[in-house]
Design a protein around this ligand. Structure first.
Ligand code: HEC
Length: 322
């Protein structure tokens, strides 16, 4: 008994905080594993949510660019059909607006007003081309009217437009992708120009019928400003999720610390109980006075050595009544 008390005392002095933590972890080897698994689940969840959010932002950017391109195309179509509905419109001949070489077969390509001004017929494609040239100068959204069978060779389709036009022949109604050229990134979007009644005045000679794909308009939307917005959104999303992740990890570690400290309190209480029991026992065993413990009915439960030495003549019968 004495020996054990000494040993325990020594142990108690040794038990500084980290040692106790080590012992607790040794007693519950699964705890660290649970914490690790929990942290991993948290990290993976955050990554999945963040990835999903970033993808959504990217899709949103692309769709915004497409919407911009579509509305440019729609505007072009409206202006063009206005022009086509008039079978072309007459404008004054200037240095920039020369009579269209490809309209030679059309009667009255040029007319002279009663006051003597020279006017020339502007067909929809010529008008679209001039409008696109104006737009192109501003380095904004660019447009290009083209065809697989161009009357005007300069209207020929590039590789990307050729692919799009071939897709339209097969029934596609829109073609779009992100492309890089001239050192810039663009959302390229193309839609077909379908032959209507109005178009036949000038295009029937090429063999087109109503409903045929006459060509298309491609629109290039510069992505720079949209990408800058996306970039700043990405930064705040990554920052926000990073913070959330950190808070989660801190929370998980805090819970671990709480678990360990409540276990430490439990162990310390148990140890204190053990110590006090032992103290009592030492006192009981070594007391010069005789002690006995009895149950409720006065039956012997225990006696100390002093008791035995005083009562040595009496045989000890624990079940006897006092
Ligand atoms: C007044 C005559 C005229 C009308 C009407 C007209 N076009 Fe054209 N179109 C032309 C000429 C001429 C060109 C070729 C040169 C240019 O002006 O660029 C052309 C060019 C085009 C091009 C570009 C490719 C190429 O062949 O060079 C497309 C696409 C096109 N037209 C579609 C149409 C559609 C669709 C309609 C009906 C909505 C239409 N056009 C109505 C005269 C006309």
């Amino acid at each position: 008994m004495e020996k054990m008390t000494e040993k325990n005392k020594g142990k108690k002095a040794e038990k500084t905080k980290p040692n106790m933590e080590k012992e607790i972890i040794k007693r519950h080897p699964n705890w660290n594993r649970y914490i690790l698994v929990l942290s991993l689940i948290w990290t993976v969840t955050i990554f999945i949510l963040m990835g999903w959010n970033l993808t959504q932002i990217n899709l949103y950017t692309l769709e915004t660019a497409r919407i911009q391109a579509r509305s440019t195309y729609e505007k072009d179509i409206i202006y063009r059909s206005w022009n086509a509905s008039h079978g072309g419109v007459y404008v004054p001949v200037t240095e920039k607006t020369q009579p269209n070489l490809y309209l030679v077969d059309i009667e009255e390509r040029e007319i002279i007003t009663p006051s003597g001004r020279l006017l020339t017929l502007i067909n929809p494609a010529y008008m679209t081309r001039q409008v696109h040239e104006l737009g192109g100068d501003k380095r904004g959204v660019r447009g290009h009217i083209t065809s697989l069978n161009p009357i005007r060779p300069e209207n020929a389709a590039d590789d990307w437009e050729t692919k799009a036009l071939q897709a339209f022949e097969l029934g596609e109604t829109e073609f779009s992708s992100i492309e890089e050229f001239d050192g810039e990134i663009f959302m390229r979007l193309m839609r077909p120009l379908i032959t209507e009644e109005n178009c036949l005045k000038c295009h029937a000679a090429q063999g087109y019928k109503i409903g045929d794909v006459r060509g298309g308009i491609s629109v290039d939307v510069p992505m720079e400003s949209l990408m800058a917005i996306e970039h700043s959104q990405n930064i705040s999303i990554v920052g926000g999720y990073g913070l959330l992740w950190l808070l989660g990890i801190i929370g998980i570690n805090f819970s671990r610390q709480r678990l360990i400290s409540s276990e430490r309190i439990r162990l310390q209480a148990m140890e204190a109980l053990r110590d006090s029991e032992e103290k009592y026992r030492v006192l009981y065993e070594n007391a010069p006075l005789s002690y006995q413990s009895l149950d409720e009915d006065g039956r012997f439960l225990d006696v100390n050595p002093a008791w035995l030495s005083v009562m040595r003549h009496t045989p000890l019968d624990k079940n006897s009544y006092f």
